[in-house]
Ligand binder design. Sequence first.
Ligand code: NPQ
Ligand code: MG
Length: 372
Amino acid sequence: MRLERLTLIRVAMPLVRPFTTSFGSQSAREVLLACADIGGVQGWGECVAMSEPVYNSEYVDGVEQVLSDHVVPRLMDVDDFTIDEVGQILRPVVGHHMAKATVETALLDAWLRSVDRSLADYLGATREQVLCGVSVGIAPSMEALLAEVDGYRQQGYRRIKLKIQPGWDVDPVREVRALIGPDLPLTVDANRAYDRSTMHTLLALEDFNLQMIEQPLPEDDIAGHVQLAQLLTTPLCLDESICSTFDAIDAIERGACRIINIKPGRVGGYLESRRIHDACAERGVPVWCGGMLETGIGRAANLALAALPNFTLPNDTSASERYYRRDLTAPFVLRDGHIAVPSGPGIGVEVDLDMLQAATTGRRNLTRATPG
Ligand code: NPQ
Ligand code: MG
């Protein structure tokens, strides 16, 4: 393929309700989209970076700059390349996984559309629908939390994940476990909010039959996760700590986690995500697909990935209505705790161009003639 033009589009997407975690509260998402044109076929990629570098070091303005000044020019310098060569072409650009994933996915979507093949089929999917969980933010009160969780339980979600932080951990877990009963899977996600001096609080969570504790300590404190894992029977899951297959294998072999959350944007794309999936399968470590409040464009691609065999735990691939009143694609709907995997060519969804236009706050064309 040959990248003729890449259009960057910014859209503002208000959330149905504020989403609060240990690193802040969001009431809207600023989403950067990439539309790649290869031989007249268009492909879409969604950037999962936030407006501020509070989930990880990447943020929307920074992604746009590294794409226009460093990533896209390198791809436009190559007259013909395959999707497998994109990673190699971009290797000189260190880091910036969310930026690279955005472009690689847009190219992957365009190429698969041009050969009339679905992303699910290309990645090696073995399911036609995936198991869905839901992520529940830190609430203004216990009543508000229980009401929100009860709503998701009635909608049929197959796992409840609670955001926790010091001071909002044991009580919400106890109350929610009492509400949902002993059988519905329950997990917690700290988003790195604890450290070596506060991690012992988490021992109190052992009484509530949690399926996992996600990212309790800072992303670079692997040794701390090893220590904590030895104190707990509840499995640890890593999210922010895993940015590559190397990170995944290292964390598993050191005993820092027994479950891995795969987010394509965090690891540099769907090809690296498949490599992490395979490395975990070889080591008997289950994976699940994490979410970054994607619109239907990113959600469609995540559903294809979550259809791979070793994605055996409920995924943060929630229904569109969990986050958005109106999505950029036809809405993804939860049916009996599952969402169907798109089967059309590429990511398998069409972008609602009217909704896109209405939500667009900025647009930029990157072409071969005038790179960046
Ligand atoms: C996680 N995702 O698993 C992340 C955290 C997160 C579904 O919990 C805007 C964009 C707001 C991405 C808030 C979920 C976000 C965000 C939280 C990601 O750690
Ligand atoms: Mg997480």
